[in-house]
Design a protein around this ligand. Structure first.
Ligand code: ADP
Length: 271
């Protein structure tokens, strides 16, 4: 079990300024994968930060597994929820990649042997084990993002929040990391919230929340989103290639199943 509920949440960074989030309510079910999309400045990152208690709402409540997120519960919540930001620079604390991934585990008092196992496994998962003794600051943007992901995966969170966390990876790197997330969702029942502009990523979500000016403008499935050209145009989104292809074939009289039914097959095609 690892679900998230926002109940009538309103938030602003400064008094006397307009609300950044205005009476937002939604639930992300356990083991669900939800993509948050919307224009820059619509409030997506603010939602992610509220979920992990980095910010506190002025009105409304946020619950993780039914437990309210507030100053008293924050450490408990952070052992269950892993957040990876777009800019990994802000997240580095160790002098080597290994120490950096170790940091979160030391805070949780994970025994030494278990710690070594988790660090090596998570570095392996993101393809960075060979870099364990390197200085994080010397790595490329994409490699830094991989390390930031490894640090969060090592903690084995039940909920993974990704705020454009693969934006510096090349398409192949992004796809292999996304595949890892899908595997974790399947095998470890992880709940998954992703802030993204990437419609290939949206395609794999169970549900899409479109955020517009601090409100939920749409709550739909990826398929419903891809059928609404006006929404795609409004939010500057491109239909994923595979969806475009099957639509085109359909117009030519060749009917394929909904590509959403073939996620496993698509995974294989992409690797
Ligand atoms: P998104 O992730 O959708 O781009 P954000 O949640 O980052 O949107 O920002 C929502 C609004 O809050 C924007 O108007 C932004 O300028 C403002 N904002 C974000 N962070 C801060 C901050 N630390 N202080 C003041 N205003 C902020």
């Amino acid at each position: 079990m690892s679900w998230i509920e926002f109940r009538h949440v309103s938030f602003r960074y400064h008094e006397n300024e307009p609300w950044v989030l205005d009476d937002v309510s939604f639930v992300v079910q356990s083991n669900e994968s939800v993509a948050l999309i919307g224009k820059n400045g619509s409030g997506k990152s603010t939602i992610a930060k509220l979920m992990i208690g980095l910010l506190q709402p002025q009105a409304g409540e946020i619950f993780i597994d039914g437990q309210i997120v507030n100053e008293e519960t924050i450490w408990d919540i952070r052992s269950q929820v892993g957040l990876v930001f777009q800019n990994p620079e802000n997240q580095f604390v160790g002098t080597t990649v290994y120490d950096d991934v170790a940091f979160g585990l030391e805070n949780l008092a994970v025994p030494r042997e278990e710690m070594t196992h988790r660090i090596e496994r998570s570095l392996q998962q993101v393809g960075m084990l060979a870099y364990r003794d390197r200085e994080p600051h010397d790595l490329s943007g994409g490699q830094k993002q991989r390390i930031a992901l490894a640090s969060v995966l090592a903690v084995e969170p039940k909920i993974l929040l990704l705020d454009e966390a693969t934006s510096m990876l090349d398409p192949h790197g992004t796809e292999s990391i996304n595949q890892l997330f899908r595997q974790l969702k399947r095998e470890q029942n992880m709940t998954h919230v992703t802030v993204t502009h990437d419609t290939e990523e949206v395609m794999y979500a169970d549900r899409v929340l479109v955020i517009d000016q601090g409100k939920i403008a749409e709550d739909c499935t990826p398929r419903q989103l891809f059928c609404r050209q006006e929404l795609l145009d409004e939010y500057g989104l491109r239909i994923p290639f595979i969806v475009e292809l099957t639509n085109e074939l359909y117009k030519q009289g060749i009917s394929l199943d909904d590509p959403m039914n073939h996620k496993e097959l698509l995974d294989q095609l992409w690797t």
